[in-house]
Unconditional design. Structure first.
Length: 318
């Protein structure tokens, strides 16, 4: 394993992002560093499929950063380092960084930190030259770091009802209602499955904006004939989906018909780590806007026949 072996980094103050660590299972322990909180106030660690990001906090060593940006990380330079995650096996590898503790190795010679793919529970030891072993799970006293459970919902414009529970057997009908329910939920990790169909005026979508303010949400359109968000005929629904949360993924959606001047198909506004994957965004005024949003990714999308910009980025980095 390649180690980042040179350079010092100044960690900026962590931003207010809770991450997806369980609120009741968030502490690791070090004899020298004390308790490490993986879901602190004004910070938080996020476990992604292939990497970790964000900040943990320890009273004795301050902020611990889990990665230099968006992973997975090569761990071969002072600008590309962090903790990687194998979601199949649960194995973690690579390095976190603390200005006081230095490099923290999650796959050292004598131990490796893992995340149980079934339960989300961390286990094992990380190693720091300056503070020694950091332990992620113990029975007496009881402590553990664990990923928060995922809440899964379903929406089906053709067969659903907004009075339903949003389950697979009783899906909601409209995307407006589904996003509102997720926004109103407690902090955690959410998956919304969107059935195929036309999410439009004729099928009772509301004439209001859809703003996804919750973080750690994955919206997945059904495979095959993907669901279509169609803004034709609306006066006030002028952006297909606006994201103000962080670590949100939109996957396999079609967005069209937001074609009046200044309308937008998809917009990320002030969040970070948001992703748009395998989407078709066409027939809009502007297709995708990234505004004051850092470390966002647009991947394998088809963007065509839009009046203005296909992709615009303003006051954003990464």
């Amino acid at each position: 394993m390649a180690c980042v072996c040179c350079g010092h980094f100044s960690l900026t103050t962590a931003w207010a992002s809770e991450g997806n660590i369980d609120g009741n299972n968030k502490y690791a322990w070090s004899e020298n560093a004390g308790w490490l909180n993986f879901r602190p106030t004004n910070g938080g660690v996020t476990v992604h499929d292939t990497y970790l990001s964000g900040y943990a906090w320890a009273e004795n060593i301050g902020w611990v950063k889990l990665g230099s940006g968006t992973g997975p990380y090569a761990n071969n330079s002072s600008t590309n380092w962090g903790v990687n995650h194998n979601s199949s096996t649960g194995a973690l590898s690579g390095y976190a960084w603390s200005e006081i503790a230095g490099w923290i190795n999650f796959d050292s010679t004598n131990s490796q930190v893992t995340i149980d793919p079934a339960t989300g529970s961390f286990d094992g030891y990380a190693w720091s030259e300056n503070v020694g072993w950091i332990h992620f799970k113990y029975d007496d006293p009881t402590y553990n770091v664990a990923v928060a459970a995922t809440t899964t919902y379903y929406v089906d414009i053709q067969n659903g009802d907004d009075s339903n529970a949003g389950s697979s057997g009783a899906p909601w009908k409209t995307l407006h209602h589904a996003i509102t329910q997720i926004n109103d939920g407690s902090s955690g990790t959410y998956v919304l499955h969107v059935a195929s169909g036309d999410y439009n005026l004729a099928n009772e979508e509301a004439d209001t904006q859809i703003v996804l303010s919750q973080s750690l949400v994955t919206v997945i359109g059904a495979s095959g004939s993907a669901p279509v968000l169609n803004g034709t005929g609306f006066q006030y629904w002028t952006t297909g989906i606006e994201i103000t949360g962080s670590n949100v993924t939109l996957r396999n959606l079609h967005v069209t018909g937001f074609s009046d001047a200044n309308d937008i198909g998809i917009k990320s506004d002030t969040g970070s780590g948001n992703r748009v994957e395998n989407c078709k965004v066409y027939g809009n005024y502007e297709a995708i806007s990234i505004y004051m949003s850092n470390d966002c990714t647009i991947k394998a999308c088809e963007i065509y026949n839009n009046t203005d910009d296909g992709i615009s980025m303003t006051d954003s980095t990464g």
